[in-house]
Design a protein. Structure first.
Length: 406
């Protein structure tokens, strides 16, 4: 039945508010049920409070039992710790020191092992540098190294087996560094094999022919050669010094490399103080340089120039079709004389080789034209005149001539 006076609702504290069967939050209740139904935790604030209090009592009982258990365990631990501290037998974990110990693998207390590890790491940092420095070292690789030509094979550097085009760590940087180094060694080895040139590979042989009419000395470089590795030091890589029997001296500087290539050089001594009817002493001084390999070669080569102006004829050579060599011999003697004109090859290591053919002329009174035919194209030959009189035989200096190409 309905009570005579209303029950004023009691505001529920936050922890006692609940959701009813309708899904609504209940925030206030009368002290007890306002209807004839039995009071319960959802119809009366007193019942709700009593139910919550009962739950707290139950939970407190469980907590007390747990605390009693924990207290027993803590007491036991405290007793054990006291016993350990009293005995002094404090146990520190042991670990394998690995490479940080000697001998390797020795077991150490963990605090010692950590100390060794820190010392070792700091030592490596000192030697290897900071991470920033290591990163800068990685980035020091040439930006265009990937596309540069390799020496050990016909490809760019990125074509080398194992090459890493984008380097991001020290291991990759060392990988490319070794590949580049080995590739470079191959290139240097190849260059050295192609450049095994020494000063002994320079061959200089020369002979002078004096012309009374022109007052010149033509220096012919027989079987001379200079390796292409060498170059002359400007126009003064070679110097001829000519001295007569009276001590008069004439000098002329020239480009030795180009002169050997052309085969001869003419020294005009007409305006010099040299006597025109004596034998001359010549000295060739030279200086040549090479950059691959790095060499500087110099020396002096003496020679004697026989002045046979009263005996040896003037001989003018030219290459003609055939191929053949034509000569014009202008005699100096026209009676009781024989001129033997000989063709000589240029094989062998001496200045002239073997006599191949000889034409003879007795007492010519005018310039005489002759030739040697059936020769090898583009080949160097020598022509030498021997003058035979009743008194003596004079062998005149040989003159060189290159045949035509066909």
């Amino acid at each position: 039945m309905t009570p005579a006076t209303p029950y004023f609702p009691i505001q529920l504290p936050a922890n006692l508010k609940f959701i009813n069967a309708s899904g609504n939050t209940v925030s206030q209740l009368p002290p007890v049920a306002a209807t004839a139904q039995l009071d319960n935790a959802q119809t009366g604030a007193i019942s709700l409070n009593l139910a919550a209090t009962n739950n707290l009592i139950n939970q407190t009982a469980v907590i007390n039992q747990t605390l009693i258990s924990y207290n027993t365990q803590l007491t036991s631990l405290q007793t054990q710790i006291t016993a350990i501290n009293t005995s002094g037998a404090v146990a520190i974990p042991q670990v394998n020191g690995g490479c940080l110990t000697s001998p390797v693998g020795q077991v150490l207390p963990i605090n010692v092992a950590v100390t060794n590890l820190i010392s070792n790491t700091c030592a490596y940092n000192t030697v290897l540098g900071t991470t920033t420095q290591l990163t800068n070292a990685i980035l020091a690789q040439c930006n265009n190294l990937n596309t540069l030509q390799a020496y050990s094979q016909n490809s760019v550097m990125s074509g080398l087996t194992g090459w890493i085009s984008t380097v991001t760590n020290i291991a990759q940087s060392f990988n490319n560094l070794w590949l580049a180094y080995c590739d470079m060694r191959t290139g240097v080895t190849q260059a050295l094999a192609q450049s095994s040139i020494t000063c002994a590979d320079i061959t200089l042989n020369y002979q002078g022919v004096y012309s009374m009419s022109a007052k010149t000395i033509t220096m012919y470089f027989y079987t001379s050669s200079i390796p292409s590795n060498f170059s002359s030091s400007g126009s003064s890589s070679g110097t001829f010094t000519i001295t007569d029997t009276y001590g008069n001296v004439y000098t002329q500087s020239f480009n030795l490399y180009s002169t050997v290539t052309t085969g001869s050089i003419v020294l005009n001594i007409g305006a010099s103080a040299l006597a025109q009817n004596v034998t001359y002493e010549a000295v060739l001084s030279y200086s040549l340089t090479s950059t691959t390999p790095s060499l500087g070669c110099s020396g002096s080569i003496p020679n004697t120039i026989i002045n046979n102006t009263s005996t040896c004829p003037v001989v003018v050579l030219s290459a003609i079709a055939g191929p053949a060599i034509q000569y014009i011999l202008t005699p100096t003697l026209i009676s009781n004389v024989t001129y033997n004109v000989s063709l000589i090859n240029s094989s062998g290591s001496t200045s002239v080789g073997t006599v191949l053919s000889t034409n003879s002329y007795n007492n010519p009174s005018t310039p005489t034209i002759g030739s040697f035919t059936g020769l090898t194209p583009s080949t160097l030959y020598f022509v030498r005149v021997t003058v035979i009189t009743s008194e003596n035989t004079t062998i005149c200096p040989a003159q060189s001539q290159l045949t035509g190409g066909s």
